[in-house]
Ligand binder design. Structure first.
Ligand SMILES: C[S@@+](CC[C@H](N)C(=O)[O-])C[C@H]1O[C@@H](n2cnc3c(N)ncnc32)[C@H](O)[C@@H]1O
Length: 257
């Protein structure tokens, strides 16, 4: 059982879309579990206040450190040792497939969803929180980022994906975007699937897929392509263990590893 604890001002949003499809089935099967903690329960005063104005001025409100810390401390005691405590934040390190894999292999996660202008820095520092972003854009709360992170992890938990190979072939797994996929019908609006895919020649299919994955990565993601090229160059260096094309080869370098 992979336990997820989510600290949020909107516990009613969970499990939300995670109750459907693969993650929903896995939840029913007890492969993972979710517990939500309402940060408001730790709010102050008659109105259970959780936020206040920013020191130094400026727009909006900030989630108070004493309230957030009390909510965190309420779950940390009974959490399995080493469970990462993550604050979803646009300022965080970008979430990568490599970090997702690490989290899915670990003892679960504790996620704090921010709101307003974010969380007082002292709560982040004093509770040793890892800050993770799901992309370079600003959402109004951490709940959707938390769901995105959970979904990415859950599908990698043993027993969740139908085929053991499904995850290994996907985008980012070998530092490349995935090759284009085709299914029936063979001809759709006069466009036929690439002949190699119906040739039955597994070697040629694998080679075509690799070339397509490289072409797409080079065109769409120069950042990933540069890393891939570096690894390919170092793989050619005598004595190097790296091979970017080898399934299970070394992971792409990662800023939040
Ligand atoms: C309106 S945002 C705060 C944005 C903050 N003032 C800033 O400029 O970085 C409120 C909350 O949404 C969540 N959030 C917004 N965008 C996010 C992203 N790209 N990744 C992860 N969390 C995000 C965070 O929990 C954040 O505390």
């Amino acid at each position: 059982m992979w336990p997820a604890t989510v600290l949020t001002l909107f516990p009613e949003l969970f499990p939300g879309p995670l109750a459907a499809s693969l993650s929903g089935k896995a939840l029913e099967q007890g492969i993972w579990s979710i517990r939500t903690i309402d940060i408001r329960d730790f709010g102050l005063g008659r109105h259970r206040s959780v936020d206040d104005t920013p020191f130094g001025g400026g727009a909006g409100m900030v989630l108070r450190p004493d309230v957030a810390a009390a909510a965190i401390d309420s779950v940390r005691g009974d959490a399995p040792r080493g469970r990462p405590l993550i604050y979803l934040s646009p300022r965080g390190c970008p979430l990568t497939q490599q970090r997702v894999r690490q989290l899915a292999r670990g003892p679960g996660v504790i996620l704090l969803c921010g709101r307003f202008e974010g969380l007082d820095q002292r709560a982040i520092d004093l509770r040793g929180m890892e800050e993770i972003s799901i992309g370079d854009y600003v959402l109004s709360g951490g709940e959707i980022p938390a769901m995105a992170l959970l979904d990415a992890c859950i599908r990698l938990l043993p027993g969740v994906l139908g085929s053991a190979n499904s995850a290994g072939e996907e985008s980012f797994e070998h530092g490349l975007l995935e090759y284009p996929q085709y299914t029936k019908p063979r001809i759709f609006e006069q466009f036929e699937v690439p002949a190699v895919l119906i040739s039955g020649n597994h070697g040629e299919i694998a080679e075509w897929r690799r070339r397509e994955a490289e072409r797409l990565t080079c065109k769409r993601r120069p950042d990933l392509w540069a890393l891939y090229e570096n690894r390919r160059r170092s793989a050619k260096t005598p004595g190097s263990q790296e091979d970017p094309r080898r399934p299970g080869g070394k992971d792409e370098p990662d800023s939040n590893a």
